[in-house]
Design a protein around this ligand. Structure first.
Ligand code: UDP
Length: 183
């Protein structure tokens, strides 16, 4: 439960945002009321550059500056759509609407082959998750908008997904040494 298989990828310098419902910067930029269901899912690209506040870019910028090739953009978009379909269903099944999310991707080299893979965490830190019945926010917006109840919301998401026991303490006692070569 505490082990991970890590693969090294060449990270693509893009943040890929998939949106199903208007919120956040989309609502601000285009004046679409938060909560309005979009006519279809929308994929946006942002250039990963903290100093510039991750500006939005188009496929033209991405190909002209060589951040990704046209076939790679196709792969990125179809992966983003598949991830959106999978996650939307997963969250819907536990009464949560997936409003939007951000992912990053990387190039995984295997011998002569290269494929683009998801290279990011998916958590309420990078998704907007609203309760399907009440529209209550269950994500980082609670922190950004100073609403409180962040830990409770994150626990509720984990509980509903069945990945955390309801009675489990939020913070454990820290790592425990289970074997040592010294003795
Ligand atoms: N997001 C993120 N990291 C970023 C920017 C955005 O994880 O650096 C996520 C954010 O949590 C939301 C989605 O991407 O789920 C869309 O964010 P938006 O463009 O609306 O920006 P915001 O207004 O949240 O800054």
């Amino acid at each position: 439960m505490r082990e991970q298989l890590i693969r090294e990828v060449e990270i693509i310098p893009l943040e890929v945002v998939v949106r199903n419902v208007a919120a956040g910067s989309l609502s601000q930029r285009l004046g679409i009321p938060e909560g309005e269901v979009l006519p279809r899912s929308i994929i946006e690209f942002y250039y990963k550059k903290d100093e510039l506040d991750d500006p939005m870019v188009s496929e033209e910028h991405i190909t002209a500056f060589g951040w990704a090739s046209p076939p790679e953009i196709d792969d990125i978009m179809s992966l983003a759509v598949r991830i959106n379909d999978f996650l939307s269903g997963l969250f819907l099944g536990v009464g949560i609407r997936l409003v939007d999310f951000k992912i990053e991707l990387g190039r995984l080299f295997e011998g002569d082959m290269m494929r683009i893979v998801l290279a990011d965490e998916i958590s309420p830190d990078s998704c907007r998750l609203w309760d399907i019945k009440t529209d209550e926010k269950m994500d980082k917006d609670r922190f950004r908008r100073d609403m409180g109840g962040l830990l409770e919301a994150y626990r509720e998401v984990a509980n509903r997904l069945g990945i955390m026991n309801e009675n489990e303490p939020v913070r454990g006692k820290g790592p425990v040494l289970v074997s040592s070569n010294d003795d």
